[in-house]
Design a protein around this ligand. Structure first.
Ligand code: PMV
Length: 348
């Protein structure tokens, strides 16, 4: 007897960043954040979960390597899903299966822990798969949040807002979809991998340090990120692509500024990252008659040096040409996979 499910969950890329917690155990953020969830077909985590009365112990494999399941965040997710399942055990007949051992096998199709939101896809996938195995209904974003904060946004597609919430128990710190994937039509994401090694300072330690030491962070939390989130929601509602780009880059730059203002500083961007950012500003720098810049594309950087570029399909060829000229592939590199534009909409 065995029950098995397999799920995939895509990466999400924040355009208003989550950086800083008010509760480290429940993973409650200091500010609302907004992200784009990519399409299922591309950068995603795939998790298979089996439960069986014949299993002798719990087991966990990540990217083909056996790891300990004692990780407190995985345990928190498991505990919360099992708690919800036991609440409805009488209707579902799930009661017996709650005592069965579990085998979890998870794999990412992109570099893990390089600031490419691997934990977001991984925990969203884990929690969703657990929900399927134990027959849980309703919102799972507050469970995924307890694995990795940004994971709660990967539970939904398209543009997603994670509300920081007001309650101490985190019940209102949930993610919700605010626009469908096709809201900005034919949008692509170009990922420029400047370094695919593990990041130097993990986000948990980095955030803790920023909250404790950065004065600029006070300004971000009390003022700027609140008004920028409101402006971002307006830009999304009005489908104002240029404004969306402007705000996305401003928020990425502010997050990296508070990281620099941290003691000791958390440095995530490298020279290549700064070159990509400068290239994007140059590319955008065509003034309209009113003297404003009409942003065509934008960049954002998470806790790592790799650039995520949001690019409308109409200019993706031109931009990729520019990137290839600025960063020519080495003679041994396969140029088919060297740089590609990932569609945000499902491509079935
Ligand atoms: O969820 P975590 O702990 O991996 O933190 C993610 C933080 C950023 O990726 C830098 C920003 C974000 O909102 O995703």
């Amino acid at each position: 007897m065995m029950k098995t499910v397999t799920c995939t969950a895509p990466v999400n890329i924040a355009v208003i960043k989550y950086w800083g917690k008010r509760d480290e155990t429940l993973i409650l953020p200091l500010n609302d954040s907004i992200s784009f969830t990519l399409s299922q077909d591309e950068m995603c985590a795939k998790t298979t979960i089996s439960i069986s009365p014949t299993f002798k112990e719990d087991k966990f494999w990540l990217n083909g390597k056996e790891e300990s399941l004692e990780n407190p965040r995985i345990q928190n997710c498991l505990k919360e899903v099992r708690r919800r399942a036991s609440k409805r055990k009488h209707e579902s007949g799930v009661e017996g299966t709650l005592n069965w051992h579990i085998h979890i096998c998870s794999k990412n199709n992109f570099p893990t822990a390089a600031g490419l939101a691997s934990s977001a896809a991984g925990y969203a996938c884990l929690v969703y798969a657990l929900g399927q195995v134990y027959g849980i209904e309703g919102d799972l974003s507050s469970v995924a949040r307890q694995g990795s904060g940004s994971a709660c946004r990967s539970i939904y597609g398209g543009l997603v807002q994670w509300y920081k919430g007001e309650e101490d128990d985190g019940t209102d710190s949930v993610a919700q979809s605010i626009a469908p994937p096709e809201h900005f039509p034919d949008l692509r994401v170009v990922i420029c991998v400047a370094n695919d090694g593990r990041k130097k300072t993990g986000s948990t330690i980095g955030m803790r340090r920023t909250v404790l030491t950065s004065r600029l962070m006070q300004y971000r939390i009390q003022e700027s990120v609140i008004s920028r989130t409101a402006a971002m929601k307006k830009a999304i509602k009005e489908k104002d692509w240029s404004k969306f780009c402007d705000l996305t880059m401003a928020d990425s730059n502010e997050m990296h500024a508070v990281c620099q203002d941290t003691s000791p500083p958390c440095v995530y961007m490298n020279d290549t990252s700064h070159t990509v950012a400068a290239l994007i500003h140059q590319y955008n720098d065509v003034k309209t008659t009113s003297g404003n810049v009409n942003h065509k594309v934008c960049y954002t950087f998470d806790a790592g040096p790799n650039a995520c570029l949001f690019v409308p399909g109409a200019v993706v060829g031109e931009l990729l040409g520019l990137l290839m000229r600025a960063f020519p592939p080495s003679p041994t590199q396969n140029t088919d996979t060297y740089i590609t534009g990932i569609p945000i909409q499902p491509t079935d």
